[in-house]
Design a protein around this ligand. Structure first.
Ligand code: NAD
Length: 731
């Protein structure tokens, strides 16, 4: 079975159809490239062929991108010189696409055959780079289709001509949202933006492309014409120069220099714009090779693409029949309950939203109405969809409405007594198979499960706030949680299109367990006289979306104080965070509760806009004369989190490092460029990590002591992923 086939009609139009065997969407593999190449050669050299249409055999899509194994295979292709293998592989792909682009013309741009691309739908990555090399792009009028170059989102950039062609097509400024932000468009928007040429009814797609091919069109690309000028000007043109000054500042501002792909992309665009097209492709290939040789790119691809998808598809789902949810009861219509009701109703489930008072339940439901209204304004939803979604939600105080629910998600106050009362009452009204989940963020699941006669049907489904935006859901197994409850939670998370991780029950589960030490380390440094700006900026330059002090302001200082008091009560003499509490309780006492009170570590204006750090903080905790080195601050913030992740693995809270990595990036924005805590440790290597822990322990205390697992790995020269892969294949 081949990926590409060709049929030439009596009219002389050769139709090349891409249809990757066994896949619902086409992906470019190492084997498929030469097939495409051979068919293009055959069509160009056959006198009976007047032109070519490249299309897809898949319904509703052209191609989803590159099979990421291609990169690994290219690296292996040149023996012990992976960079050379990549460079050769990329230049080989450029040669095929350039052949399509030249269509068989001579160097005077004479002769040649028109090649159109006909997209039935989604065209991403290489699935859009091939069309960009063709002479005209037709797309079926399919509003669900997504067209664009999302590579930057997984730590690489469009490196098969997409960067060079889009820049020359639109100019650097107009191309930047598509290249630097990975912006995707539906066909109509893609046409407006100049990414494609025509949007046609789906059933006329091939005919329109065929007609165009037969119309004897001019096929010379603007950049192959003499005197071509890049739209917006080249870097040395005053207008172009300003674009690059702005873009460079923007990239550095947004990425804080922590994402190598964004910088490399900009370099490829800038340097490529100074030279002829073919040289620009070579420059693009060099920068792409550079990015692919950086361990950050493979770590990002592994976590954000391969492992994220594997978890979403149920990599750790117990072997239990389909548990998809039809009717969900959401207990508590506060901030979390309202969001949980929204995402469940949007996924087509029947939702019963219960609160103590009818007004509270109604308020919770109105959150969905507001959300849908925003969607309508942005053209992403319709009145009909809003009505359908709202119709699925029953807001009530009446527990009897829960009859027939197959899942309950409880999101009432964070209080063991209240939760137990609600659990008992709910269980009187639902069938014996109903799974009960709690959204608690701090209370042990095993403890809460005691309120149920059926602890194997009791589980934690921990959402992050705001529910509709945050992609991760942490599923927590209590000591007695059974496999059907896990499968139910996983099937539910899949229905609401989020990414799950499954962990075992322990204080703060996995995510909060790692986030809290990150915040606490920042607070400790304030107490030591480290400048707050140094603390937050050190984190941002590591690629964290917000620094620890800003994060406490966002999540609120009284919440931090509440968690600290509860933890201290639970841990007694073992409690390690007195130094942190001093600051947090003092802030609480000063009424500086964070953004919600317009006063925290930062000052805010009346509209809630963050101004600068509050001066009162420096009065209480004066800045030390000698400030620490940036790397030291960064290592303290980083190790505070990753060591908790390692301990969670050692203790069996985490069972799968893939979940530890994906969860960290999606739940709290852990430096995405690193691929997650375990990937970061693999990048720096266990021996260096253990050595740094020893130094940090000496300087700052036992919280940095090297976990036994890390020490053992350092001695054996192991890394987490090798070890994990070996354990998996041994199992
Ligand atoms: P919230 O105070 O906004 O909402 C709680 C709701 O529960 C209120 O509307 C309240 O009236 C209702 N309620 C209280 N007792 C009830 C009862 N007996 N019957 C029915 N309804 C009752 O709180 P929230 O922020 O939505 O948090 C809810 C839960 O989610 C807590 O367990 C919290 O720890 C957890 N959680 C919160 C966040 C967050 O960021 N806020 C994140 C993850 C998990």
């Amino acid at each position: 079975m081949t990926d590409f086939t060709m049929k030439t009609g009596a009219d002389g139009v050769a139709i090349i159809t891409w249809d990757t065997p066994g896949k619902s969407m086409n992906v470019m593999s190492m084997e498929a490239w030469p097939q495409l190449d051979a068919l293009i050669d055959e069509a160009l050299s056959d006198d009976a062929v007047k032109g070519i249409v490249i299309t897809s055999g898949k319904d509703g899509s052209f191609a989803g991108g590159m099979d990421l194994n291609v990169i690994a295979k290219m690296k292996e292709s040149a023996g012990d010189n992976p960079a050379q293998g990549l460079m050769d592989g990329l230049m080989g792909a450029h040669a095929i696409l350039r052949k399509i682009e030249r269509g068989g013309m001579d160097d005077k741009n004479k002769g040649g055959k028109p090649i159109a691309c006909a997209l039935p739908g989604t065209a991403l990555g290489i699935g859009f780079e091939i069309p960009l090399a063709c002479h005209r792009i037709f797309a079926a009028d399919n509003p669900k289709a997504k067209i664009g170059l999302p590579e930057i989102m997984v730590g690489i950039f469009p490196g098969m001509g997409g960067t060079t062609r889009l820049t020359r097509l639109l100019g650097a400024m107009a191309a930047s949202p598509f290249l630097l932000e990975g912006k995707l468009s539906d066909p109509k928007k893609a046409k407006q933006a100049g990414l494609i040429h025509e949007v046609v009814p789906a059933d006329e797609l091939i005919d329109k492309a065929r007609e165009w091919v037969l119309s004897e069109p001019s096929i010379v690309k603007p950049w192959d014409e003499k005197g071509y000028k890049m739209p917006g000007g080249e870097p040395y043109h005053p207008a172009g120069f300003m674009t690059f000054v702005g873009a460079s500042a923007m990239v550095n501002g947004k990425t804080q220099g922590a994402f190598p792909a964004a910088k490399a992309l900009l370099s490829a665009v800038y340097e490529g714009a100074l030279v002829p097209f073919d040289t620009a492709l070579r420059i693009e290939a060099r920068w792409f090779t550079n990015v692919l040789m950086n361990p950050s790119s493979s770590a990002m691809i592994r976590s954000l693409f391969i492992n994220k998808e594997a978890l979403e598809k149920g990599a750790n789902r117990p072997d239990v029949p389909d548990q998809r949810v039809k009717k969900v009861g959401v207990m508590g219509a506060g901030m979390m309950g309202a969001g949980i009701a929204l995402v469940s109703a949007m996924a087509g489930m029947e939702v019963v939203l219960i609160d103590q008072k009818q007004e509270a339940a109604d308020r919770g439901k109105s959150y969905t109405a507001q959300y849908m209204d925003k969607g309508i304004k942005r053209g992403k939803a319709t009145e009909e969809k809003k009505a359908d979604t709202l119709n699925r939600i029953t807001a009530t105080t009446d527990y009897s409405a829960l009859k027939g629910a197959d899942l309950i998600v409880e999101a009432v106050f964070e209080d063991v007594g209240v939760k137990a009362e609600v659990t008992k009452e709910v269980l009187k009204h639902v069938g014996k198979d109903c799974i009960f989940a709690t959204n608690t963020s701090t209370l042990p699941i095993t403890e809460l499960a005691k309120a149920s006669d059926n602890p194997e049907q009791f589980i934690g489904i921990h959402f992050f706030s705001p529910v509709e935006k945050m992609m991760l859901v942490e599923i927590i197994k209590g000591q007695k949680t059974g496999p059907r409850a896990v499968a139910k939670a996983l099937d539910y998370v899949r229905q609401i299109r989020k990414t799950p991780i499954v962990v075992n029950d322990a204080r703060f589960f996995y995510c909060n367990r790692c986030i809290i030490p990150y915040i606490n380390e920042g607070l400790r440094m304030v107490g030591e006289g480290v400048a707050p700006a140094l603390i937050d900026n050190a984190a941002r330059q590591l690629g964290f979306p917000v620094g620890p002090l800003q994060l406490v302001d966002e999540t609120s200082i009284d919440l931090g104080a509440k968690i600290a008091r509860a933890t201290k009560q639970a841990m007694g003499d073992d409690y390690p965070d007195e130094a942190v509490d001093e600051i947090i309780f003092w802030m609480e006492g000063e009424g500086r509760l964070g953004r919600k009170s317009n006063a925290g570590f930062f000052d805010y204006d009346e509209k809630g806009k963050r101004l600068g750090y509050w001066e009162g903080l420096a009065e209480k905790y004066p800045h030390a004369e000698e400030q620490p080195d940036l790397i030291e601050v960064q290592h303290r913030l980083m190790f505070a989190q990753v060591l908790e992740a390692v301990r969670a693995l050692e203790e069996g809270v985490l069972e799968d490092i893939r979940e530890g990595d994906v969860g960290a990036i999606l739940a709290w924005g852990f430096a995405p460029w690193s691929g997650g805590p375990f990937s970061w440790l693999d990048i720096i290597g266990a021996p260096y990590a253990a050595e740094r822990c020893d130094e940090l322990t000496k300087a700052f205390g036992a919280r940095f002591s090297t976990p036994d697992l890390l020490r053992e790995m350092a001695e054996k020269g192991q890394d987490f992923y090798d070890r994990f892969d070996q354990q998996k294949s041994a199992a």
